[in-house]
Design a protein around this ligand. Sequence first.
Ligand code: BJW
Ligand code: ZN
Length: 258
Amino acid sequence: MDKAQETVIKEVKQLIKQAKRVCILTGAGVSAESGISTFREAQDGKGLWSQYDPKQLASLDGFLKDPEKVWQWYQWRREVNQDKKPNPAHIAISQWQKQAKASGKQQVTLVTQNVDGLHQQAGSDPDLYEVSGSLVELHGNIWQNHCLQCGEKHSDDVTGTQQVPKCKPCGGQVRPSVVWFGEALDEKKWQAAETAAYCCDLFLSIGTSSQVYPAAGLMMLAKSQGAKIVEINPEPTQSTVVDYQIKGKAGKVLPLVF
Ligand code: BJW
Ligand code: ZN
């Protein structure tokens, strides 16, 4: 790490100490060091959207056209993700949240676009997402499913099935509980995320290309209210409002700054 980056890290450490309300937004890059593919990177052809068409696989239209194909793709993703473990980035964030909660002096709300459940595995708490200081899974969770027709949850009874399961109560098709392109985000979760961004004095964007809305807009919202913006990413992104850029992998950088 060069001198300039060391100085940025020192300044960010100071900001973290002083902040009263923190909003952290994470993306696929945070799970990259756990061995989970990101979406938009070339990654030698391993980025999901360089191999698969998001219109066919991550949209309601795609599911209605070929439910089996979409269902099997998600079953494959679950198989790949099954043995993946939280990395030092997930763990550092969860420890920070726990310390902040215990001290009562800081609120650290974690908003993730990731559906892999690794923040939760690392100890961040999604059940309290209406309360600041917890975890908001903005794009859902790949381990959960629900009925397209009646909304009934189907999480445990469909593991491993290659055929699209039918909902027992109503006969509708079961789909993964993730947010596809063109779909609205869960209203309560979105409100929690907006509130955390609006009220924070420090906003950290970690491992996201900041291309997918409305999540990418949270950084602008925080900036508009005077928050300092920190970005942690080994690559440049399209974000234009960043105050402190740390160019590095989340799993290496986060244990240094918290
Ligand atoms: C590392 C690292 C390491 C690597 N450490 N970093 C405004 C403008 C333009 C378009 C829109 C707009 N508003 C809405 C839209 C349309 C659309 C959209 O944003 N499209 C853009 C792509 C152009 N948005 C939507 O459709 C959303 N819905 C919506 O707006 O509904 C409106 C509505 C309202 C009311 C009624 C009805 C409708 C929904 C978006 C859902 C996104 N879903 C997905 C799939 C989830 C399920 C699944 O997993 O299959 O979510 S797409 C995919 O992208 C996934 C991710 O959460 C999301 C974000 O990706 P992310 O995390 O940023 O990953 P990458 O790969 O892009 O970047 C990884 C980064 O990590 C890179 O920068 C690396 O450098 C870095 N990295 N290693 C740190 N070790
Ligand atoms: Zn049903």
